[in-house]
Structures are given as C-alpha cells and as structure tokens.
Write a protein that binds this ligand. Structure first.
Ligand code: GLU
Length: 531
C-alpha cells in the first residue's frame, strides 16, 4: 500500500445533504489536499429501501456547489449537469470503483463467505420478537443490550434443518472475547473498548445484502483509505470495524472523530434549531464561500485571529490538531456575518446574477426572451420585464438597483423584500412615517412641496446622485429647512420604509417620473391626514 493520504466521505443517500455530512466532507477534503492526498466520495446505499437517487443527486450537487470536489467517486465532479442516476452505470471516476455500494455486492459476498467459511461469522435464526425479549430482560437487570450468542454455535445439522424449514436468518460477526480494542483517535486521543461488552453484530441480512458496518470495512480497505474522519456518533462502530479488519487480515487505519455540531442550547443540532440540510442554506442565499468558512469553524480552531479563509487558505492551514473534542456550536449570526462579508466583496455583476432568481420568484421580474445568439456573458445583455410596473429593465440597471443594498444584506433571499419599493408600482405605508421626529405635519408637507417643485424643474439627466445631492443640499440651505425635516420624508416617500438606502441613491434608480409620482403621493397622504 502506498503512503498516500486517502480520505473519504461516505454518505448514505437516505436524506438530503446534511450540514454534518458537509462538514465531515470538508474536513476530509482539507486534510487530503493539505497532504497532497486524494479525497474519495463513496455512496453507501446498501439500505435499498431508504436510499433514493434523488438524495444522492442532492448530496453530489451540494458538495459540488461548495467546491468540495472529489478525486474519485460515482461520477466525475467536473462534468455538468449531474444526471439523476439510472440505467447506465460504470461512469465512475477513479481506479477503485464502482463507488456505489449497491454496485459492489459481488465483492462483499466474497468476503462474507470467507468469514463464514472461517467460522468468524455465522447464521443467526433468532426472530426479532425473541431478540426484543432478550433486550427487555437485560434492561430489567440493568445490563447493556447485547446479543446472547444463542446461534453462535449451531451444529451443521441444526443449521441445515433450520434452513430447510425456511427460517429467516441474518449473518453475524463473531466478536472475539476478552479483547481490549485500543486505538489512538487523532482528535480524542487513546481510546479503549472492552470486546465483551459488544455482542456479535449483524453484518448482513444475507449474502447479497451486507450492512453498513461490514461494507464500510471492505471498501475502506479496497479503496486504500488511510484516514477515516467522521462524526463522533460513529465512535462506537470503530471497535467493531477494527475487529473485522483484523478478522479479514486487513491493516488497521487512522481514525479521527469530529465533535458533534450543537445548537445554541448545546443539544445536538436538529431541525428544531433551524435548517439542517445544506440545500436550505443554498436556497436562502448563503454563498458557498461563506458556508465553507463557517463549516470549517465548526470544530476547527485556526489558533490565529484570522476569521476569513479562502478554500486555498483553509487547505494550507487546516490541521487535525486544531480540531477540538467538545461540541461545535452552530451560530447562525456568525454565518450571516461571514455571508454579508462575501456579499459585499462580490462584483456587482455576479451579485446581480445571483439575485435575479429571487426577484423572479417574488414575481417582480421576468426574462424578456432574447433572440440574440448566445453571447459569452449573456447575463450582461439580458433584459427583464418588471411585472408590477410593466416597464423594461436592463441587466445594467438591475445592477444599480441591487447595488443599493449590497452593503446591507446578509443573504440573497432578503433582496426582494428590501427592494420591493423599486419593483412595486405603488407602495404602502402609514402617513405618520413621513413625519421626522416631532416636526409638524404641515411643515413636512410644505418641505415636500418645495422639493417637488424643484425636482420638476430639473432635467432628467440631473437625476443622478452626484449632481442631485449638491443641488438639493443647496436648496435646503436656501430655504432654511432642517436636513432631517427635508430628507427623511423624501426617503420615506420613495421607499415606504423606516430603513432604506438614502434618498439620493433611490432617486437615481427611480428616475424623474417615478420619483415625482411618489413625492406627489406622499403629499396627498399628508393632505388627507390633516384634520
Ligand atoms: N454511511 C455512513 C453515514 O452516512 C458513513 C459513516 C462513516 O463515515 O463510516 O453515516
């Protein structure tokens, strides 16, 4: 076996990509890349009833979105688009494939047979109801549940008879007695388990249906995995897997068990705390760079003050020695903070491109079919129809609108709400919102009227922040208006909001006609509201 570092993520496609799996994948990826090793993706779909190609697709797409690309796996990660599996197999990448357990049944069968032949595994005919009773009585005397070993020494004739009767059976691995199973966990240090506390475990339902604990041992060996980095919830499986490696004559490998991800209340992260599937974070408009950063800190401490890392920097700085034993607290505010940082750093063209789907979904814009040839940067030439106002907007103008909020939003899904005033025809707000502090209503209305007249007199080309700001500030000084008394109502008249971008920024995107319509609307509101 070579000395190359080979790590793996081995998800079971029984649900969407879980945050915990994504974090484990990241740590495996970083560790492998840091040591010029290989990162392998293996789909553990031995549970055919619960496995679903839809979930496999979600897992693969999620990892790819995060940029956690595998060197070996069931498909090539660089080949878009990912198709839902079906029919044609054998498209895997890597020389140890196939990488789906459901496609490796013949291999497991060989090793199962070997264990049976060597009497290291045996058929067990105990019915579930019997086992249940056994567990119950162990419970009443306070003993940990453990298989009694009733079928461990069936004679050849007995076995034949039971089979003949058509009695259902499973295959159990014979756990050697009186063994201290020791291993050095790269995160948790020396660990020791007493083999007498582990009952003979079921490793297959039959020769064609292996179970996790067995298949994982075979695959990690055949795929030449050097390090198993996985969640702490698998610690109790490790001694069982080590004993099977020994029984099969496989060399043992390194283990590192990652701390659990906990919610802010320090209980295991679950739906109760919010989204646990990566997909939901993606839909909410978190960026992959931010997710990567955030997940790296779920258990790992770089031991510097540095808080933001690119993927390459993570690869360079990651070390298992920086991973702690205690639970990693999931803090959504931190994720929001990092995401906001990446949103601010992003080019406005890219940000706009990413925000478009949210505006489409909110029913604010739709693509105007483009008959032109596909031009490389096709987003830049795309035009949209604004559904509520029936006006056209170019990608370039959309960039200006999105730019209004680039500094403020934390995640992309906030965009439709914070910019609704732009996309809506009419905005709704309470007239009182127009009042600056304790100013008199009449005064506010008068100020708006002065500003209205002034804006009416300006040519369209002056509706641009740079010129307008100076001109309006001069007007405010000339008319001896208070700055708050003049600009607060304008901003509210344009946005309908307590908080929004500044009035000049909004005027620049609304332009003359829409700006004046809204100021007139505000004046009307105040007139109606005056006793
Ligand atoms: N299929 C197992 C899981 O999804 C993999 C555990 C392991 O990494 O060994 O939990």
């Amino acid at each position: 076996m070579s000395n190359q570092i080979r790590t793996r993520i081995a998800p079971s496609p029984t649900g969407n990509l879980h945050l915990g799996t994504a974090r484990a994948a990241l740590f495996n990826y970083l560790f492998a890349k840091k040591h010029d090793g290989k990162f392998i993706l293996r789909i553990e779909d031995t549970d055919l009833e619960r496995s679903d190609p839809r979930f496999e697709k979600d897992i693969l797409e999620g990892l790819r979105w995060l940029g956690i690309t595998w060197d070996e796996g069931p498909i090539n990660p660089t080949q878009p688009p990912l198709k839902i599996r079906g029919g044609k197999e054998g498209l895997y990448i890597g020389k140890f494939g196939p990488y789906r357990q459901s496609e490796r049944i013949e291999t497991y069968k060989k090793y199962l047979q070997k264990l049976l032949d060597e009497n290291k595994a045996y058929y067990c005919f105990c019915a579930e109801s019997e086992l249940e009773k056994e567990r119950e009585s162990q419970k009443t005397v306070g003993a940990p549940p453990k298989y009694s070993g009733k079928c461990a020494n069936l004679g050849a004739q007995e076995l034949k008879d039971l089979k003949k009767q058509g009695k259902k059976s499973v295959i159990r691995f014979r756990i050697p007695k009186n063994r201290k199973v020791k291993f050095k966990d790269l995160i948790r240090g020396d660990l020791e388990f007493d083999s007498n506390l582990i009952g003979d475990i079921v490793i297959a339902k039959d020769l064609n249906t292996p179970l996790y604990n067995f298949a994982v041992v075979i695959d990690d060996y055949l795929m030449q995995i050097s390090h198993i980095i996985r969640g702490e919830d698998h610690i109790s499986n490790t001694p069982k897997q080590i004993l099977m490696q020994e029984a099969l004559g496989f060399p043992t490998l390194e283990f590192a068990h990652l701390p659990l991800i906990l919610g802010p209340d320090r209980t295991k992260l679950s739906k109760r705390h919010g989204a646990t599937s990566l997909n939901e974070y993606k839909k909410t408009g978190y960026l992959p760079e931010a997710m990567l950063n955030f997940m790296a800190f779920l258990g790992w401490n770089p031991k510097t003050k540095k808080e933001v890392f690119s993927k390459e920097e993570l690869v360079a700085e990651f070390a298992l020695t920086g991973v702690g034993k205690s639970g990693a607290i999931f803090n959504i505010e931190r994720l929001d903070w990092i995401n906001g940082l990446y949103v601010r750093r992003m080019g406005i063209d890219k940000l706009t491109e990413l925000c478009v789907p949210y505006l489409v979904e909110a029913g604010y814009i739709q693509k105007i079919p483009n008959s032109k040839f596909q031009i490389p940067n096709k987003f830049q030439i795309q035009n949209y129809k604004m559904i509520k106002t029936d006006k056209k907007i170019s990608f370039k103008d959309l960039e200006k609108v999105i730019a209004l909020e680039q500094e403020r939003i934390k995640k992309l899904s906030e965009i439709p709400k914070v910019l609704d005033f732009y996309f809506k025809k009419d905005i709704e707000y309470e007239p009182d919102l127009l009042i600056w502090k304790k100013t008199d209503k009449n005064k506010i209305r008068k100020n708006l009227e002065i500003l209205q007249k002034f804006l009416e007199s300006l040519p369209e080309k002056d509706f641009e922040k740079k010129n307008l700001e100076k001109k309006i500030k001069n007007l405010i000084a000339k008319e001896k208006m208070g700055v708050g008394e003049a600009l607060w109502p304008v901003r509210v008249a344009l946005s309908g909001k307590q908080g929004s971008p500044g009035p000049f920024e909004i005027i620049e995107v609304l332009k003359k006609e829409r700006t004046l319509d809204r100021i007139r609307g505000a004046i009307l509101k105040l007139s109606k509201n005056i006793p």
